[in-house]
Design a protein around this ligand. Sequence first.
Ligand code: SAM
Ligand code: SF4
Length: 321
Amino acid sequence: MKDTFNREIDYFRISVTDRCNFRCRYCMPPEGLRPLGRDQILSYEEILKVASTALELGINKFRVTGGEPLVRKGVVDFLKQLLALPGVKKVSLTTNGYLLREYAEALSKLNLGSINIGLNTLQESRFNQISGGLKNNRIIWEGIKELALRGFDRIKINTVLLKDVNESEVIDFARLTIDYPITIRFIEFMPCGKWSENMAQIIKGPEIIPVIERELGKLTPEPTIKGDGPARYFKLENARGELGFILPVSDPFCDRCNRLRLTPDGLVKSCLLSTERVDLKPILRKSGDQKELREAIKNAVLNKPHAHPGCRDIQMSKIGG
Ligand code: SAM
Ligand code: SF4
């Protein structure tokens, strides 16, 4: 379905929970956030109803996110049911990877589009500092290896760049794409919570491209914009994998934004940073009327703003990134 600015809206990010086993310093305050009550959170059945309605409007690609989606019980069965809805083109998953090792077997059997895994440091000692509390970075690598060993090859690693924190690891991350057939995506930090670091700490994507080129050689842009998201992809010479850049701050991608978001408590947001929202929960819990739901989702698409208003105090873990 097209919005009023002629953008094709065909991608829905579904945040299945606001809960998370991490407290990443760029996403949450160290003490965490007050979680939604159980009855506030949509059941999987309700989410599937929203997805079926979105499919009727031509929104046929989904990404399941959170909070941390793997901490919600029954998520694998939910993914299976989402994948089985008629008309679905793609279902993908975004996870912090901490529980990946135990879910790898089940996930590798699903026909997921991709699994995006947050990994912000390759150094054990730094992991705790970024993720807030948990130790053992290796467990994420073990999960990634387990997935790869089971033949799952659509793995992307998401690395949020943080000045004076993991900045020094850019080359190490980029070098991984030479040896391994994986995609590493550098994400510009968005200062979106009142607890999060200030603007001065943003490492702008365009600043690190020359740093990588100086060390590892030319980065050749991939000919087309790939995937369903805003990343721009490059390849180092003779590399098996590729490097992606997601630059919400220095290269906002509103003109090619194709997405809606569903929060765990049933709000449809047409823009990550705008206050525009449509609440589906009253419809789901009163009439459950499919036509009413369709109109509500259509309204969200039609009210999608032309561009985002800039970083504001939002709860990224609830909206799903
Ligand atoms: N827990 C999962 C994870 O971390 O991948 C999924 C939810 S997380 C909110 C989704 C994405 O948002 C992750 O790639 C995360 O790095 C990104 N994210 C969270 N806060 C961010 C921020 N302030 N700036 C940029 N990206 C952020
Ligand atoms: Fe949790 Fe993901 Fe936010 Fe980190 S970025 S606190 S893993 S939701």
